[in-house]
Ligand binder design. Sequence first.
Ligand code: ATP
Length: 412
Amino acid sequence: MQSHVKFEGVHKLFGAETAVEDLNLTVEAGEFLVLVGPSGCGKTTTLRMLAGLERPSYGRILIGEKLVNNVPPRFRDVAMVFQSYALYPHMNVYDNLAFGMRARGAARNLVDERVKETAEVLGLGQLLKRRPSELSGGQRQRVALGRALIRQPQVFLMDEPLSNLDAGLRVQMRAELSRLHDRFRVTTMYVTHDQVEAMTMGDRIAVMNQGRLQQVDVPETLYDSPANHFVAGFIGSPRMNFVRGQITTLDGKRAVRFLGVKAPLSTSSRLTSDVSDGAVTVGIRPEDLMWRPAAGPDSVVTLDAEVDVVEPMGHEAYVTALCAGETVTSRFPPRSGVRTRERVELALNPARLHLFDTQSGDSILQRPAATSAEALRSMREAWIEGSSAASNREHRAPGVPAQSEEKLIDGR
Ligand code: ATP
């Protein structure tokens, strides 16, 4: 059965420190929600509160319609997978998978049926007699997933489950987790600090910073219309450029001055708040700042820049350049031939600019939806291409930690 999850006004204090502040968030039934943010922003604390391993200082947590603030972990019907695989080293794969069901007194033939079914789904059918030390890192992580999956929980909680794997295996497991989710549609909350994982796996993404939820939406919207400076800088690679700007006029229309040029604000965009002294932070995604010869007809604003660093990536190059005293990064075609110290012309389409309040960091420009959906798609493809090259590399199995996730989740 699928259940939604709700955090209502949840705070978590550790002494004087606030780890999570006024969290209001719903994970819809059957949804894969990724909670992403930098180290220490409160992701794990949020997940642990949902698992019942931490108690909220204030607020309510509901699974389905049930208030679970005071429900012990073992009665919450959630299963958690951690970054460490937490397998029993002395048991083979079969017994590791069967452990939880046996501990709950399930009938022998039911255990056998579920273990075999789960092993089949995860491609572990041939490995049931092996011990964890005889498995690769990816196989161990699959067993850990199997231990959670076999319980058929209402909610899956995953805390950086792929971060112990090498880059290639991570890409492979990312796809496997997405496939598993498509098949079983268990409500899932997945914690990571990796924005690529978030963008490629989440039905929706919740971005946290310093204990506060910044924005929650589908990946495309987070990318196209970040709510603030933080989200804009966190989602997207290379990172969005931020430069100083000034609201002004051009031919009687609203415009913004930045990097030594004036650009009209698109008529389909609108400023959502007034800035008293006109000072703004202008955000430009690297793919929106193009090499003039490669730019399209909409890129009507031209900037002079001096190339500082060229980073060839194979299918494209990242070029960092100095422009009107600021440093900006742009994405060039692979064989542009530009070199350090060379003067180049960059071009941009003013409709792709982002504007942020310099004080609050809030986005103050509402842009037409989906202007960058194309860019996002190409970026996803680039990520997948880039990572799959690494997936052929050999991987080495890391060690098996002693503690079991069953123990943690059940508080036993
Ligand atoms: P990471 O990605 O590094 O795991 P995170 O986003 O998961 O970080 P949390 O582990 O939730 O962050 O921690 C949020 C804040 O709460 C941090 O400042 C952390 O130091 C603090 N914190 C977490 N657990 C405790 C605890 N048991 N006692 C005191 N402070 C804690």
